[in-house]
Design a binder for this molecule. Structure first.
Ligand code: 3PG
Length: 308
């Protein structure tokens, strides 16, 4: 019997990327099924029922979805963050979860710099702004995205430093960025702090009042990682107490209305998470996901597993 592969994207890939994925699956002798722009999670439960593998983006793969996928063997998150997948339940059901690290990093890094420019130029309101050149950029986590942000920041003439306790000094040296060993020092010395940490039990709400209160006068926090890593209530409070701080985020906080009402000039939120929303990133991540699914279903190869 031919294996079915589901491409489930509430926020679809660029058409060209999706069509290439469909073609790859067909040429590999698999049967692609596409579910896009669904609004009811029940549609995902129905679509996953008879597939062997699925490609997702930020789509939520809950215990229910995994239970509904009676034949499901592999979930590939076309992207980096897999906080939207219940990895423990997947493991319990022997479902492999993989991601495609680095494939959409450039797109996210470019959006990060774009948001910094937007904040520096008073949200393009016509008011006089400032330049990035000569300012200090602090990269909070020097992974695939943070590395590119650091390099783009240097190209803008910024003084770039980074905090990442999981890396050796040689990585900082290779990226030509200063190594900050205490997170407080990153927040207290930088004009822009760019967040690139994943959402994990340890990091959720970790950017809190105590840390934000260290921010340099007039500094901006740029978040193209996950809304959840910021302690939203405490961010609201510090922005009330510190009228100099600005915040730009790729996806709005839950209570975005309160932020917009109180600090319209000092905040910017994308309407939908759009860091990876480019044709190039969709092609890179989508085709990598398709290759990984074909490698597994045709050759039994497991690549980039995140729930070993
Ligand atoms: C990621 O984790 O790779 C990014 O946040 C992209 O997410 P998206 O595919 O939902 O745009």
């Amino acid at each position: 019997m031919v294996d079915k592969v589901l491409i489930a994207t509430e926020k679809p890939f660029a058409e060209s990327a999706r069509n290439s994925m469909v073609k790859m699956f067909q040429e590999a002798g698999l049967e692609p099924v596409v579910l896009e722009k669904y609004t009811d999670p029940k549609d995902l439960l129905a679509a996953v029922a008879d597939v062997s593998a699925m490609v997702i983006r930020s789509d939520k793969v809950t215990k229910d979805v995994l239970e509904a996928g009676k034949n499901l063997k592999l979930v590939v998150r076309a992207g980096a963050g897999y906080d939207n997948v219940d990895c423990a339940s997947a493991k319990a059901r022997n479902v492999i979860v993989e991601n495609t690290p680095g494939q959409n990093a450039n797109a996210v890094a470019e959006l990060t710099i774009g948001m910094m420019v937007m904040i520096a130029r008073a949200k393009y309101s016509g008011k006089s702004g400032t330049e990035l050149k000569g300012k200090r950029l602090g990269v909070h986590a020097l992974g695939n995205i943070g590395t590119i942000v650091a390099s783009l920041g240097r190209a803008f003439g910024m003084d770039v430093c980074a905090f990442d306790p999981f890396l050796d000094q040689c990585v900082f040296d290779e990226c030509c960025v200063g190594c900050i060993t205490k997170i407080e020092d990153l927040y207290s010395t930088c004009d822009y702090v760019s967040v690139h940490i994943p959402a994990t039990p340890e990091t959720i709400k970790s950017i809190n009042y105590a840390l934000l209160s260290k921010m340099k006068k007039g500094a901006a926090l740029i978040n193209t990682a996950r809304a959840e890593v910021i302690h939203e209530e405490e961010l609201l409070k510090i922005m009330e107490d510190r009228p100099d701080i600005k915040y730009a985020s790729d996806i709005a906080p839950k209570n975005s209305a309160a932020f917009m009402e109180k600090f319209a000039d000092r905040v910017f939120f994308t309407p939908k998470k759009m860091g990876a929303q480019t044709a190039e990133a969709n092609t890179n991540a989508g085709l990598a996901a398709a290759r990984q699914i074909i490698a597994y279903l045709k050759e039994g190869k497991v690549l980039n597993q995140v729930n070993p």
